[in-house]
Design a protein around this ligand. Sequence first.
Ligand code: ADP
Ligand code: TYD
Length: 204
Amino acid sequence: MTGRFVTFEGIDGAGKSTHVDWYVERLRARGIDVVLTREPGGSELAETLRELLLRRKMGMQAELLLMFAARSDHLERLIRPALAAGQWVVCDRFTDSTWAYQGSGRGAPAERIAWLEAWVHDDLQPDRSYLFDLAPELAAQRRASVRAPDRFECEDVAFFERVRRGYRERAQADPERFVVLDGERAVPEIRVILEEDIVELCNT
Ligand code: ADP
Ligand code: TYD
């Protein structure tokens, strides 16, 4: 059995967390051995870096480097060993978040991100990425009703417009890997699409 690497992406409040646990349960119901993880985080060191990234004020360059430092440890300690053991890995955010937030959102140069990506994860890419796409105003309303904002969630609508555009460009550039989900659709409707896609992933 070969493991699969699946990521959930989208701007804050677009709906990832609403579906990710359910998605993992659906895989387990099929007898698939799954590890659920997240970024930034997923390993002890990366979770410590997450605290800094979400709370401490820092410049764009430090933010970009810390994201990849966290990712490097996460890949080495959790993601690669799990995939090598034949497990599926479902990750709440991965490098598409860096392209969207640090690249499109903050303006980090594409060649620097590409270089770090090549260094940190070689040719490892997700087999499937779900992009939850939602207008920033609606996402802000939704998340405001459930949690206090972290450092990223304090950014304005213009920032999240850029992040959303960045994500859409990523999805357009790699339609084989991405499934774009309209975050305005009702939860059960989104789950039908996810369930259909699980069947496809299991058969490929
Ligand atoms: P994310 O993990 O992407 O930041 P969440 O899953 O936490 O987003 O969703 C933010 C809020 O929006 C939650 O209160 C959730 O219940 C609500 N929500 C998620 N998906 C939908 C949907 N399709 N329709 C309406 N509300 C939703
Ligand atoms: P998230 O895990 O979505 O937190 P929540 O618990 O609030 O749903 O938050 C992580 C934040 O980190 C999110 O705002 C996006 C940001 N982020 C980046 O900017 N770049 C990255 O590479 C990653 C993985 C996350």
